[in-house]
Design a protein. Structure first.
Length: 204
């Protein structure tokens, strides 16, 4: 039984590549809400086709849902080397995106990193234009595959962001420093003003 399962697991990448070549691409792109453009589908499928030719066989799935109550993929707990980008289209047409990763990729996709990635595409996903929404989804996909490629030390390709670009998203500038500096300037100003006022009164 274990031998059969092992053979099936080893054959899966070949099956997925064949599916892409024959046009059966619903495994990597599951557009239940019908919002993805042909360009978005091609980007997702082509990158995943490259992944399936690698030794590690990671997968980044893009899934859209139509007003779903539950967005976490059912197979997440059993998945390996897998990232899900899920966009849920609400009744009012608004779109809420989520990123889920298998446990072996949690180090790359921490809660803070996922929040930063999603925040960076919020405005695009909130747009009325289908092209703008797809631009946001494509950017989110590219950010995710960049992190996957970094994790597995894959060479960069046309779908990857530069190190600076991904760093600006995953590690946005810490606002605490300028805020603290600003508060310090205000405090120094108040102390100086108080000291000057007291000295002037004493002279009188």
């Amino acid at each position: 039984m274990k031998t059969a399962i092992n053979k099936l697991v080893r054959a899966l990448p070949l099956v997925l590549v064949l599916a892409l070549l024959t046009g059966a691409s619903s495994f990597f792109v599951q557009d239940n809400a019908g919002i993805l453009t042909k360009d978005t589908r091609q980007i997702v499928n082509r990158k995943n086709a490259k992944y399936q030719k690698s030794r590690q066989h990671p997968i980044v799935i893009v899934q859209t849902l139509d007003n779903a109550k539950k967005t976490q993929p059912s197979g997440l707990n059993y998945a390996q080397k897998t990232v899900y980008i899920v966009v849920n289209v609400q009744k009012d047409g608004s779109k809420k995106a989520n990123i889920y990763s298998s446990s072996d990729l949690h180090s790359q996709f921490t809660a803070q990193v996922r929040a930063n990635l999603l925040r960076s595409v919020e405005s695009d996903l909130a747009a009325d234009s289908k092209l703008t929404v797809n631009r946001g989804i494509q950017n989110l996909f590219k950010m995710c595959v960049t992190l996957v490629d970094q994790h597995f030390h894959f060479p960069k390709d046309e779908y990857d962001l530069s190190a600076d670009e991904i760093s600006r998203v995953t590690k946005p500038a810490d606002l605490r420093v300028p805020i603290m500096v600003g508060l310090l300037v205000v405090i120094i100003g108040l102390v100086t003003f108080w000291h000057f006022t007291v000295k002037r009164r004493l002279r009188r």
